[in-house]
Design a protein around this ligand. Structure first.
Ligand SMILES: Cc1cc2nc3c(=O)[nH]c(=O)nc-3n(C[C@H](O)[C@H](O)[C@H](O)COP(=O)(O)OP(=O)(O)OC[C@H]3O[C@@H](n4cnc5c(N)ncnc54)[C@H](O)[C@@H]3O)c2cc1C
Length: 484
């Protein structure tokens, strides 16, 4: 690579490092880079090396591939180009700086502990060498350090956090998409995205993901509009019912930054006054709260926030874990959720709570094992939301559901999927059972089973554990924890 070739068009381009802000609208780092008035070199770095244990899982990689393709198209439409590189970000940026003569590096912030440590080191090192380095907020309404409790520390409980966030008022004005992005005459070399092998080939397990999702900024905007025009007014009533289209399904778009929470806030608050805005925005605030927790308690993904849980005696039962992962527990709502997850890379929030409770409390398996499975299979896998939610369900997080509140999967199913719509979709082998028994096939009369053409234990598993006994076991384990 000859650095003088890039100097031809304009001195000192700005390196714009895309990360989890894969959009052009309301993107502060992009806007600032364009305003700097020099050519912009847009780069995405596949930084598995930096992420270590938290490199993206399989479903997220599938999403990333398609999201980067869409971003590259959008950049091309504005006269720019997306440069793809892989490796440790510090070294990749250094190489790009020497290839292009860039004097400035801009990015939008991430909040994972490994990313903040890395970014601080990169910032310090580049500044020491005289580069201009600027970072911005594209992912959150307010950054974790902007909100503090009355005594000055981080919040541990959601409601006061949400009140404080609300009290800060509407987020600032949105930034427009730049019409043109000035670029170098000769762009630096880019990897070929196919060579990154982010999408599965042998076997190709992504057909369900392809059918369910359209990654990218344009699709994110369409999804938001469709939600606001469709399900939003009924959100508060329907958000807990997995058989309905009651929620926005924006989570993977938000995770990859194809849309930002400020855009959602503005759209929800200002254009659709009839909807259950407050309830919807409070869910967006749960995402903010999770980031707040991860930032202030960086051990959140691995270590219980409540220290007494460190010595909890979890079980080790590979057979039960396999049944849970494959949706073969004999509890239809659990199995439906786990199969939806495997097929589409997503699961409804209510069902996430049910399957997580089942793993942690009925099977007494460690929440970290469940979180890891979600990490690999969710298209919206997010270190902050996933870790905080698993700790919440397990009862060991801040503001957590108490451990003694053990979901009964059959009753949860009957309450939130009363007609069995959701279960019939994902567990078709029991679709013929009447509504009254669809969530508890093991209680079905022989006549119902034979009418529905089901042999329990053959066509569909018998429950792998008796819920009542499992609940007693969990409560005993929990009491011993408190007594210790
Ligand atoms: C065990 C468990 C694991 C989870 N793992 C993740 C994860 O890895 N990534 C993730 O984005 N969400 C996670 N969630 C939270 C929640 O289930 C999803 O955000 C939600 O189901 C996404 O669907 P939606 O976009 O239709 O949500 P909507 O109801 O439309 O909500 C809008 C947005 O608010 C945010 N949100 C909603 N509920 C929550 C919540 N409880 N916590 C944090 N943010 C929330 C999401 O960004 C969501 O897109 C988890 C929940 C549980 C119980």
């Amino acid at each position: 690579m000859n650095p003088t070739r890039y100097a031809m068009s304009n001195a000192s381009p700005t390196l714009l490092w895309f990360r989890r802000d894969l959009r052009l609208a309301d993107n502060p780092a992009l806007t600032a880079a364009v305003r700097r008035g020099r050519p912009v070199v847009a780069v995405y770095i596949l930084d598995d090396e930096d992420a270590g244990d938290w490199a993206s899982g399989g479903a997220s990689r599938w999403w990333l591939h398609h999201s980067l393709e869409r971003l590259a198209e959008s950049l091309r439409g504005r006269g720019s180009r997306l440069i793809l590189r892989r490796g440790a970000a510090a070294a990749v940026l250094d190489r790009l700086i020497s290839e292009t003569g860039a004097e400035a590096v801009y990015w939008n912030r991430c909040y994972e502990p490994w990313a903040t440590a890395r970014d601080q080191a990169i910032k310090a090192s580049l500044r020491l060498r005289g580069h201009e380095v600027r970072s911005f907020n594209a992912s959150l309404l307010r950054e974790p350090w902007e909100i503090a409790s009355k005594v000055g520390g981080p919040y541990r409980v959601f409601t006061p956090f949400w009140k404080a966030l609300r009290a800060m008022g509407d987020p600032g004005d949105l930034l427009p998409t730049p019409d043109r992005i000035p670029t170098l005459e000769v762009a630096p070399a880019s990897d070929d995205i196919d060579a990154w092998a982010l999408t599965p080939s042998k076997p190709d397990w992504a057909f369900g993901l392809r059918a369910a999702w359209k990654p990218g900024e344009a699709a994110a905007r369409q999804r938001l509009e469709a939600f606001l025009d469709g399900a939003a007014p009924e959100y508060a009533k329907r958000r807990n019912f997995p058989g309905t289209n009651g929620t926005s399904r924006l989570s993977p778009h938000l995770h990859f930054g194809e849309i930002g929470p400020r855009q959602i806030w503005h759209a929800a608050s200002f254009h659709h006054t009839g909807m259950a805005t407050d309830q919807f925005l409070s869910e967006i605030a749960w995402r903010e709260f999770s980031h707040h927790l991860l930032f202030h308690f960086p051990m959140l993904p691995t270590t219980p926030l409540r220290p007494e849980f460190a010595d909890f005696q979890w079980s080790d039962d590979p057979g039960a874990l396999a049944a849970w992962r494959h949706g073969m527990t004999g509890y239809p709502i659990v199995d439906a959720g786990m199969r939806e997850l495997w097929a589409t890379g997503w699961m409804h929030n209510r069902v996430r709570m049910i399957v997580a409770s089942f793993l942690v409390k009925d099977l007494l398996l460690p929440w970290q094992v469940g979180a890891r499975w979600f990490w690999d299979t969710l298209v919206d896998a997010d270190l902050a939301s996933n870790s905080a939610s698993w700790q919440w369900v397990a009862g060991c997080g801040s503001d957590a559901a108490p451990f003694f509140r053990v979901f009964n999967p059959s009753l949860q199913g009957a309450k939130f999927d009363p007609q069995g719509t959701y279960v019939r979709r994902w567990v078709p082998e029991i679709a013929g059972l009447p509504d009254s028994i669809i969530h508890k096939p093991s209680d079905a009369r022989l006549i119902d089973l034979s009418d529905a053409g089901i042999r329990l234990g053959h066509d569909y598993p018998l429950p792998i554990i008796d819920h009542r006994a499992a609940r007693d076991r969990a409560l005993t384990a929990f009491r011993s924890l408190r007594a210790a």
